[in-house]
Design a protein around this ligand. Sequence first.
Ligand code: GLP
Length: 241
Amino acid sequence: MEIIKVKDYEAMSEEACAFLVERINRFENPVLGLATGSTPEGLYKRIIEKYNQNEVSFKQVKSFNLDEYVGLEKEDPNSYYYFMKDKLFDHVDITLDNVRVPNGVAADLKEECETHEAAMKAAGGIDIQLLGIGANGHIGFNEPGTPFTSTTHVVDLDESTIEANSRFFNSIEEVPTQAISMGIDTIMRSKEILLLVSGENKAEALAKLINGEVTEDVPASVLQNHANVTVIADEAALSVI
Ligand code: GLP
């Protein structure tokens, strides 16, 4: 695991942008695993700048998102599909047919999970998976206790996650209680992983990920078992190591 320590959120976003752009340019048909949340927002902003400066193109890119809330339509401003369009897809030359965010309003959610897995497989697997981390150590929406063998599945969100994510909603009652998430096994199958971590509230989780025991109680700890992980973290996130 390579750990790159940077000063702050801005430096993390800058470093992550350089990392991702280098790979998008190097690979003929890059397959990206994308993440939502506050953490990658700065990265997406910088990528759009690079696109506007003709330094990167998404024409050959396929992408798969990690997760989506159950029950939110694509047009719902809190859906992760909307987030991706708003923060990245609408501003670069990606083909929307080449992006896949799990459908949180599918009639058959289990079938939707299988379709997400099959689509990733058909694309040849994820080349680079971008990840954030929850304060409780979750990756994607894989909460503590999720089996390492899990593939894309429907998740009951932890109270702590619902509370943390309620900042984006009008009230906590509006936060969905379920989500579709790539599983731990899905994430581990990606060829390379880029994890971004910023802020003191993630420091405990990051310390456990780097130095702790590999256990299903801390989903992110599984990354110790992956051969190609880069962590870009700021000083605050690395403050308890
Ligand atoms: C959310 C998302 C994760 C994200 C994490 C941290 O619940 N499902 O993919 O990495 O929690 O979010 P943030 O970056 O906003 O702190």
